[in-house]
Ligand binder design. Structure first.
Ligand SMILES: Nc1nc2c(ncn2[C@@H]2O[C@H](COP(=O)(O)OP(=O)(O)OP(=O)(O)O)[C@@H](O)[C@H]2O)c(=O)[nH]1
Ligand SMILES: [Zn+2]
Length: 355
């Protein structure tokens, strides 16, 4: 195994030399539990912690390593390492930290493709699909749509469902499949590329675990080689969050991934609602809200049957959420700043004669 098999590429190598990290070993974070990490490279797996320096220079949670990160390592022991720094991430899947509105918690990084899964039954919901797409666009991850459990429906119903998707979602692969009969699995396998990193998004019960089994082939059998590669026995029990798939692709599946809120995406609307952004150039008023204004190109497109009214409704709803989200972040920054000022002031007044 090489680090390329884990997804390492020329861009990371470039960043490594630009940051003068050539004297360090490089590895990928494959699992995380609080502030302990498991990092993997061609030599095997290391238990790792961050250096004091990295900890003290961290300004927020985003500055700590996350699953998927490429890190520069100081290997001290044959299975213990210190993480010296994190190579720049090209994509980040994050969510709002619980109880800390405005602060982001990274779920995983350096993901190329996200497989969004919805099943043919009650779970299917086009608005939710657009939310996932927006999350992907905001995270710089390419989406692939999977419609699962096709064995539970008939062809006319499935066709109807695919038509609904095609009417609103453009230029994104849509793969109907069944984990039970395996129909469609090969189509998805064709989109698994060597050295590329994938993740799975979707509600509970849509068949993500079953899909991992279908896509990992015999590779899943390798998932317990943590204890095999080292003979210390006392190894951490963190389960591996980076799973090898067929064709040399890599899947990140961790508990956080299963909790990604689809309300978590602050940006990315432009890509999901490209059609609306195109149309609104022709609205008479530049601040048109596309609700009741005269000469609204978006409303006109609905009247002409060019776009669905529900498409606009979903856009407007997400736009409102975005505005709310952004004002929350702005508010938090303002508070942080005031707090900083207060501390400064306090330090000054506490002991005015000191210097
Ligand atoms: N009929 C049918 N059932 C499926 C299919 N895929 C998964 N299932 C079943 O659906 C249930 C949920 O599947 P999982 O793979 O555990 O779903 P999941 O998305 O991983 O669910 P969480 O672990 O809760 O996130 C199981 O009972 C599966 O056997 C399918 O293609 N067809
Ligand atoms: Zn308008």
């Amino acid at each position: 195994m090489t680090i390329q098999d884990l997804g390492y590429n020329d861009n990371f190598e470039k960043a490594r030399s630009e940051n003068d990290l050539e004297n360090f070993e490089i590895g990928r974070v494959v699992a995380q539990h609080k502030e302990r990490y498991i990092v993997k490279n061609e030599k095997g797996e290391f238990e790792a912690e961050i250096t004091g320096n990295l900890r003290f220079s961290a300004k927020s949670r985003e500055d700590f390593p996350a699953v998927g990160d490429w890190v520069a390592l100081l290997t001290q022991d044959y299975d213990f390492a210190l993480i010296h720094s994190i190579l720049p991430r090209y994509s980040v899947l994050s969510r709002q930290a619980i109880n800390k509105f405005g602060e982001l918690q990274i779920i995983a990084s350096n993901i190329d493709y996200s497989i969004i899964v919805q099943s043919v039954n009650r779970d299917f919901n086009i608005n939710r699909l657009e939310r996932y797409l927006t999350l992907c666009h905001a995270s710089k991850i390419e989406p692939i749509i999977v419609i699962s459990k096709t064995d539970l429906t008939n062809e006319p119903h499935l066709d109807n469902l695919l038509k609904k998707i095609n009417a609103r979602v453009k230029n994104i692969p849509v793969i109907p499949l069944s984990n039970k009969t395996k129909v469609g699995i090969n189509e998805l396998k064709k989109l698994l590329y060597k050295g590329k990193t994938y993740c799975l998004l979707g509600s509970s019960g849509v068949g993500k675990s079953s899909l991992i089994n279908s896509l990992s082939g015999e590779n899943l059998m390798n998932t317990d080689d943590i204890s095999k590669s080292t003979d210390r026995g006392k190894h951490v029990t963190t389960h591996r969050e980076l799973i090898p798939l067929i064709n040399g692709a890599i899947l990140i599946d961790n508990p956080g991934m299963r909790e990604v809120g689809i309300a978590d995406s602050p940006g990315g609307l432009e890509s999901t609602f490209e059609k609306i952004y195109d149309l609104m150039q022709d609205c008479r008023f530049s601040d048109c809200t596309h609700t009741s204004e005269k000469d609204c190109a978006v409303k006109l497109a609905i009247e002409n049957g060019e776009i669905h009214e529900s498409y606009l409704e979903n856009y407007l709803k997400m736009e409102r959420e975005k505005t709310h989200y952004e004002s929350t972040i702005a508010e938090k920054r303002r508070k942080d700043k005031n707090f900083g000022k207060m501390i400064k002031h306090y330090k000054k007044t506490k002991n005015p004669d000191k210097y």
